[in-house]
Structure formats: C-alpha cells, structure tokens
Design a protein around this ligand. Structure first.
Ligand code: CTP
Length: 396
C-alpha cells in the first residue's frame, strides 16, 4: 500500500453516509484510512461500518482509557499524511475556526501539524450565512483547504450550494494534497520579508508606510504549504503567523537586513517588505518637545541599506532572488529598471496607486530578463500560490 495515509474525521450530517463511500474509494486507490467519528456522526453512520470498510479501529471519544494507554489520542494524526474532515458540518466548521477543543475531533484538529482538508456539507442558507462565510475565510487564512460544496437538490428539500461533493472529486483533492506534486518545495529554505519598517525619530515617533504585510504573509504561507522551510522576517504588523512558518519580528530596515543575513543560506529569497528608504539621521534619545519658540525641528534623513541589492551581491546570494516593486506609474518600465539596478532574478511589480496596500486583491506583473508575465487581479493568497508555483518550477 503506497497511497496516502488519511485520518478521516466524520462529522454529524446526513452526508456522513458518503464518508463510508469515500473510505472505500481511498482504499481502492491504494491509500489507508483511520476514522474518527464525532458524536453527531455516530447518529448517521456506525463505528462498525467504518471499521469494517477501513479495516482499522474507529475512534470516537477522548476519554478512552485503553487507547490512551496505547497511543495518546491527540497523536492519532502522527501517522497520517492528511487530515480530512468529511462531512464538515456548519457547527464543526465554526468550532474549528474558533479553535474549540471539546471532543476528540476538534482536539485532534487543534493539535495536528498535518495539512487539513475540510469538505463542507450543509443546508444552503447555513452555507451562505455570514457567520459561515466568516468561518470559511478564517479557516482558509489558517491554512486549511476548504472545498466548495456542490450545488443541487439537498436532502432537506432545498436547492443550492451545500451538497457534499461526490467522493471522486474529494479523492482528487486528497490526491492533489498528498501526491508527489503536492510539496514541490520540500527540502528547500525560503526567506520572505514582509510588512513595513518603522524608523524611529524619537522614542514615540517613527517614519512608516502603508504596507499591511498581507501579500508577504500569504507568500510565506503558500511556500510552507508547498513543503518549504520558511523564515519570515516581518516588520511591525498585526498578522498571525502562518502554520509551519518561522517568524522573526523586526522594526527597522537595519534590523531587517541583519535578520535576512542571519537566515541564510537559502534556496530563494522573496523580498516583499516595503522597506523604508530613509531613516532619521539623528534619532533623538528623548521625545522632541515644542519649546514655544515656534521653531520647527529639522528632520534630517539618512539612507537605509538596500537589503535586496545587498543580498544580490552577497557571496551567500540564494540561487533565486525575487524582489517586489510597488509603483504608482509606468509600473513595468520601473520594474525593469529595478531588476537591472538591484540584480534580482525577478521583480514582481504591482500598481499601488489604488487600494492595493492593505486591500485583499492584487494584480502583479512578473518581470524577468526573459520578459513580462502579467497575472489578472486576484486575491493575495492566489497571487501567492501562483508565485510559489513558479518558484518551485525555477528551483526544480
Ligand atoms: N528593498 C530592500 N531594501 C530597501 C528598499 C527596498 O530590500 N532599503 C526591496 C523591497 O523589499 C522590494 C524591492 O527592494 O523587494 C523594491 O522596493 P521599492 O521600495 O519598490 O524600491 P526602491 O529601491 O526603494 O525604489 P523606489 O522607492 O525609488 O521606487
């Protein structure tokens, strides 16, 4: 048996009977399955059915003394390649999004470091409810793959999106997440910079910019999902660290430069941070005060190190160095000039004249010596996936 090892969590919905079919299909495709049945799930399908189909014991409770002695329950996912939650009910989805751990399934989900595929099935209005939309977005941001449900007549007599996808479609998603192409960056180390930098003027004031860090964090998350070891050097932003990413927090450009150097060697560096070009030349040790004379204190600036250009010329230069260029006019021409000036392999250029900074969407042009590839406007996590795919190809 050389197929994927699946830990299958079966939630309590009418679609649970299809989970039994999924177990058969995974096994037919050469995979193995261990099932966890929630309390709700056990009303729709019996442990005996799943045990017979999987040829493995079925786990139903956190409080099983015998199993706890043989193997800590929360370690159940240790031998799995992927955790599949099928069906994911609206309730299970909400508990996953909130990080609740009040039964075996949710405790496992909170404790696992394996990729998670959620396959929702619920009433059409529950799927469309703002709370469920929010929970799906939260889970996706946390790195969970959430399949879109099918559209059609439902067991409750209504029509719309909410039906569990057919087992072959679920298998396709499983194969995509476990197959040899699923972790194309396995064994690679990727350094990503993200966010703005803060350059102090005095103990309470600083120079900053509007970068939110979202695009850089999305790239770090996508690279980690693709199997890379990721060091994310982050300027001051309020974003959660993507699963499996090593984060180094910095404030200033000089601290970011030092953290990037310390993170080397790497197979690729993706410099997404909006590094402040200048810092205050004379950082005041005490807060600057108005002295009543009406005189405005001069603010002298000093140039910050160019982290990207320095990295490109360093003896420890990673084989692939990708820069970003935030431009407000003649985007591609500026990016081409930057490519040559900084010595990067690619410059990913975006027009930030709209509300890209801080927004959820981005439209980028990948500028290389070979030419320009323009991607349509899409969510920042899709931009991240597209870039990581190209990085994996370049490093293959
Ligand atoms: N960059 C860097 N260190 C700096 C300035 C920029 O590493 N001190 C990197 C950014 O992370 C980005 C690329 O260089 O990958 C381009 O950043 P950008 O601010 O667009 O370029 P600048 O050189 O600052 O050019 P300008 O501000 O004149 O457009």
């Amino acid at each position: 048996m050389n197929g994927p090892r699946i830990l299958l969590i079966v939630g309590g919905g009418i679609a649970a009977y299809k989970a039994a079919e999924l177990v058969r299909l995974i096994r037919k495709e050469g995979g193995s399955v261990t099932c966890v049945l929630t309390e709700g799930g056990s009303h729709f399908v019996t442990p005996l059915t799943l045990a017979a189909l999987s040829e493995n014991p079925v786990h139903t409770t956190l409080w099983d003394l015998k199993n706890e002695v043989e193997m800590g329950h929360i370690q159940l996912s240790r031998q799995a390649d992927l955790v599949v939650v099928c069906p994911t009910t609206a309730d299970l989805l909400a508990r996953m999004a909130a990080g609740v751990a009040d039964d075996l399934a949710t405790t496992l989900l909170l404790a696992t470091d394996k990729p998670v595929l959620a396959v929702p099935a619920m009433n059409v209005r529950m799927w469309g409810h703002p709370a469920t939309r929010r929970n799906v977005a939260t889970l996706r941001a946390d790195g969970v793959t959430v399949l879109e449900p099918d559209e059609g007549p439902m067991a409750c007599g209504e029509y719309g999106p909410g039906r569990l996808p057919e087992p072959p479609a679920i298998w396709q998603a499983i194969a995509g997440m476990c197959g040899p192409d699923a972790r194309p960056l396995a064994g690679k180390h990727i350094v990503v910079t993200a966010g703005p930098t803060h350059e102090p003027i005095d103990p309470v004031r600083y120079i900053a910019n509007r970068s939110s860090g979202k695009q850089g964090f999305a790239i770090a998350a996508a690279a980690a999902r693709a199997g890379a070891r990721v060091t994310l050097v982050a300027g001051p932003v309020q974003l959660t660290t993507p699963p499996g990413v090593d984060r180094v927090d910095v404030e200033t450009a000089r601290a970011m430069a030092a953290a990037v150097e310390a993170a080397l060697p790497a197979d690729a560096a993706v410099m997404v941070a909006a590094v402040a070009d200048w810092r205050a030349a004379d950082e005041a040790p005490q807060k600057l005060k108005k002295d009543g004379s009406g005189e405005i204190p001069p603010l002298r600036l000093a140039e910050n190190p160019d982290i990207l250009a320095t990295l490109c010329r360093s003896p420890a230069r990673p084989p692939l160095v990708v820069g970003f260029a935030a431009e407000t006019e003649t985007v591609i021409a500026h990016a081409q000039a930057k490519l040559a000036r900084k010595g990067a392999d690619w410059i990913v250029a975006n027009d930030v004249s709209g509300d890209v900074m801080g927004g959820a969407l981005n439209a980028v042009h990948i500028v290389t010596a070979a030419g320009v590839e323009s991607l349509p406007e899409m969510p920042k996590d899709q931009v991240a996936s597209a870039l990581v795919e190209r990085i994996a190809d370049a490093l293959a």
